[in-house]
Ligand binder design. Sequence first.
Ligand SMILES: [Zn+2]
Length: 290
Amino acid sequence: MPELPEVEGVVRSLSPAASGRTIRDITVSDTIIRSKSEAKEAILKNSSPEEFAEKMRGMTIMDVTRRSKYIYFHLEKNGERHLLVSHLGMSGAWFAVNDIDEVKEEKFRRHIHVIFRMEDGGLLAYADIRRFGELRLIGEESDHPPLLAMAPEPFDESAAGHFLSLSRTPKYAGKPIKETIMDGKVISGCGNIYATEALFRTGIHPGRKTGRISMARLERLFDEIRQVLGEAIEAGGSSISDYRNINGEAGGMQDRLRMYGRKNCPGCGAETKRMTIAGRTSVYCPKCQH
Ligand SMILES: [Zn+2]
């Protein structure tokens, strides 16, 4: 699943490729249309394919930014501002191409669900193999309250204090630390991969109760999360599962992960262990993490 560094990689390539361009027409896949007719909401949230196409036609993309694991397309039409919020789910990917054949990998090309045809003739295509992604057209952030409930960006000054104070509340004190740091209301954009790494680097057992970890250790953990997210952004993200940036490129961070997916601890050589926390598999070293 793309985490903050992967989404940042998409935005850094998508913003220059998309900004300033106007959408002439929209194509929505038969799969989405069929899902809507069965009252399901595959990918396209809160509007029918017809409404979505009608509203998106003539929109100019002013800018593309990231908030946590969401991509925000800042749009304008007839002097009015709109926001298209894109979440990549498990395997979503955006491609800026002149022709769909330019999407090199067949697994993405076969699963293109939304195509924006631009005034200049180029295309912006959204592919999603497993269809857990989301596209939601709203006026502004406050139209979709879950967006306002997200923790501050991890690189914001307020983020550490936000995490530390929540870690002592009854809601989080009794939860395993890994579950707490993966909660988007506590820390923005820290998913399974980077939570696993940061816990290993600070020697904290993923199942340890949040409220039983000293403030000094929690501070170190937060610094390490920020550090590992920063390194991953620099490396272009991790190419685990189906992450690609808009040029179809994968990142290089997976080679630098020391605990995620490892059979043996790189520190002491012990066999790693696995436990399930909040429905996700957590890998840890039983000797180095307490
Ligand atoms: Zn170890």
